[in-house]
Design a protein around this ligand. Sequence first.
Ligand code: ZN
Length: 335
Amino acid sequence: MDTISAPGFGRRAFLGGTFAAVGGLAIAQEQKTVAAPSIARNPLIYHFKIGEIDAWSISDGHSLMGKGNPLGMMWPEEDRPQMKSWMEERNEHMDGIPLYINILVIRRGNEVVLFDAGFRPGSNPNLAWLSDGLKQIGIAPEQVTAGLLSHAHGDHLEGFVREGKPAFPNAAFYFLPDEYDFWHGPNPDFSKSKRSKSPLPALVKSVRADFEVLKGVAQPIKPGTELFGGMVTVEAAPGHTSGHAIFRIRSGTESLLHFVDLAHHHGLNFYNPGWTIEFDHDPVLAVETRKKVFAMAAAERTRCYGFHVPWPGLGQILPVGGGYLWHAERWSWGS
Ligand SMILES: [Zn+2]
């Protein structure tokens, strides 16, 4: 790494030292070498293994939600004072709920599988990084053989479509039929959801348009389906949406449970799995599913991956008190 040799701050000046007279005293002024700012390595890609499988966590970017009143997004409303205490005790920032977007990519032989595809590229430079990430690991869009959709919210679905065409032209597009049916029903029912209703007509339109683009590669699958010779099992985990899917990836004795949107916050949803975010279509069912899956993952001490927990998103769900703790896995570059 080169250093900047700015006049007066270079190596020569440091070695020689300079002197200045202050109040009659000669004071040595040590001028330190100023190191050039190192080229920032964008923490976008993390490589790891699941048995024989190569896996990457690619960040699709980041954002803050609920700016100004983040706990206004969290329910039940009467528990917000408790949530606030939880946040304050841990010095968590109160300026918003962080939105991490972690895309899992796995490769075994020629099989390259994406688990969701992030946002559609748009005006926000902090989002839609997946295609850059794939490029950096040498995977061309044509090499992706399968895309698994967990559910049809924009941060999961949009990246599968690029300029009106499938973004990954050779990839089969898998999803649970309940998800398709919800969005394509005559009147998608958001009556149980706490979310703002005004963006919904545009959201439904956008989801339908994306499914339309992908219909040629669409592969609806039943819960419990094993894909790619048993490498991936797709399971139903409804509540966040009707057809919300989670995934188990296996290789030899190792496995990974991708719990996708069963948690939107690394603390609140674990400390009390009854606390839930406004985006759930059916909050009661979402909580029930979260409790069930967390209990199972904690009992089995399963290695887990989350779409919205801090990047790279690997860790374990530990039982603590009446709730849980998200324990991020140790990680290191070069793995
Ligand atoms: Zn999500």
